[in-house]
Design a binder for this molecule. Structure first.
Ligand SMILES: Nc1ncnc2c1ncn2[C@@H]1O[C@H](COP(=O)(O)OP(=O)(O)OP(=O)(O)O)[C@@H](O)[C@H]1O
Length: 454
């Protein structure tokens, strides 16, 4: 276990080094923020202990706060504990808002400091395991065993009844809606309510396949089709035969590949890479996007004929803030699931926590709600999860003004505005903003139309 410690006071570094060593942990000691960022880039560390004040400015905590943001950029999930002088609780709170997971006041009490470090290390390990489980679940979902769709709002009742009706037809379905609203889950729900339910549900993220492997991923290849093709490969289309092919993030499909998907939709036929033999697939198409495809067509970034083929029926997933009735039901569902995963005493939300959940704007929708609940279950020390345990960013714009501001905007523009707002709130820290919005950092850059810095 390696801990990064940052303080410009040599005696503090020495004391911490001795203390942590006695607990079997090794240290990287740094005397300045610049040194710390360089060390984090160079060496693997599992936690950082960061002083907030440095020589240039000994009271405002500015340098320490900036350091927290920089470390987060280098290691996205690094737990950072802030160290503050006596009577500077305000700065400590700001540190937590910038992404520190906890703080200790100097002079610290050894046992309390060690227990804080141990808790954060255990939390990080649990989150790592959770990420692995999520990835496994996502894979399982691809095989058609999607999680249960929870809802009780009138908006969702209406949408699901429409979905069940169109599920019976062979019509292609386009699902639109903001990130994290449950578009993938709805696609799997439609599959389960169709006559193809016993056949595979195969999901493909169109933004995630590189241009060079697109054809081989989608259509497969023959042995020897290219230098590295050591054996024959079954493509996703073939896997989905008799079942459903879910084309997720369809707006991210490059123009060059749109023609190939169009042909598949029109003729249900394709060729494996390296073969001239035309194959046919009986596939039901469902696609999803959070972009405004009409605007993309107008900008000539998306083929109109492909759009016509994809949206036999369009289903729009409402944002979570437009179906507030579902919030608590979903939160309870995630709470139960998380309680089974983690060994946590948490069992229920307090009245204050319930109100806070219902009043929050949820820019990252259900994915964000899921993260918030899981984090609070992990952090909870008692049976009731309090409002504070949720760590909701109460500085987020109130719901009313959010909605007004977005009136008349296209979905795409509103999304960009939300991302910009979140970035501004976190001083341009893309990793923290992405986490808040419940999307990946690369998805954030993609949505801003920018290249992700390496
Ligand atoms: N109604 C629901 N009931 C239970 N879980 C849900 C519901 N809707 C969404 N979720 C969960 O929220 C997370 C996000 O859902 P999903 O991936 O389907 O959203 P999405 O709209 O496809 O997101 P993106 O556009 O970012 O791909 C998933 O973990 C999903 O299981």
């Amino acid at each position: 276990m390696t801990i990064l410690i940052v303080d410009d006071d040599e005696s503090i570094l020495t004391t911490l080094r001795v203390l942590l060593k006695s607990e079997g942990m090794s240290c990287i000691a740094c005397r300045s923020p610049a040194e710390a960022v360089a060390a984090a880039r160079r060496e693997a560390c599992q936690l950082a202990l960061v002083d907030l004040n440095y020589v240039e400015d000994t009271t405002s905590g500015k340098e320490g706060l900036a350091l927290i943001a920089s470390l987060r950029e280098v290691i996205e999930d690094l737990p950072i504990i802030a160290m503050t002088g006596w009577g500077t609780i305000g700065i400590a709170v700001e540190a937590m808002q910038r992404g520190a997971v906890d703080f200790v006041e100097k002079p610290w009490e050894n046992n309390r400091l060690l227990s804080t470090i141990r808790t954060q290390l255990a939390l990080r390990a649990a989150q790592g395991r959770e990420r692995k489980l999520t990835a496994e679940n996502a894979l399982l979902r691809q095989q058609g065993s999607g999680g249960k769709l929870i809802s009780r709002s009138a908006e969702m009742d209406q949408l699901l009844s429409m979905a069940r009706r169109v599920a019976q037809s062979a019509m292609p379905i386009l699902i639109t809606g903001e990130n994290g609203t449950g578009k993938s889950l709805l696609a799997s729900y439609i599959h389960q309510h169709s006559s193809r339910a016993t056949a595979p549900f195969i999901s493909v993220n169109m933004g995630a396949i590189s241009e060079s492997t697109f054809e081989s991923e989608m259509f497969g290849h023959t042995k020897g089709a290219y230098t590295d093709a050591k054996s024959e490969r079954v493509g996703r289309v073939e896997l989905a035969d008799q079942g459903t092919l879910f084309l997720d993030e369809i707006a991210n499909l490059p123009l060059t590949q749109q023609a190939k998907i169009l042909r598949l939709l029109e003729e249900r036929s394709y060729e494996k890479l390296g073969s001239s033999f035309t194959k046919h697939a009986s596939v039901r198409f469902i696609s999803a996007t959070n972009a405004n495809l009409d605007s993309l067509v107008a900008e000539r970034n998306f083929r109109q004929d492909l759009l016509y083929r994809l949206n036999g029926v369009t289903l729009n997933m409402p944002a979570l803030r437009q179906r507030r009735e579902d919030i608590l039901l979903l939160a309870e569902g995630f709470l139960q699931r998380a309680c089974q995963h983690y060994n946590s005493p948490a069992r229920a939300f307090s009245a204050g926590a319930r109100a806070a959940l219902e009043n929050y704007a949820w820019p990252g929708n259900i994915r964000e709600l899921q993260h918030v609940v899981e984090r609070s279950v992990l952090l909870a020390q008692q049976a009731q999860i309090g409002e504070h345990d949720l760590q909701l960013d109460t500085r987020a714009a109130p719901v009313q003004s959010t909605d007004d501001e977005f009136d008349g905007m296209t979905l795409r523009h509103a999304e960009v505005a939300l991302i910009r707002r979140s970035l501004a709130r976190h001083d341009g820290n893309a990793a923290v903003a992405a986490k808040e919005l419940g999307i990946s950092r690369s998805a954030l850059y993609r949505r801003l139309g920018k290249r992700e810095p390496v």
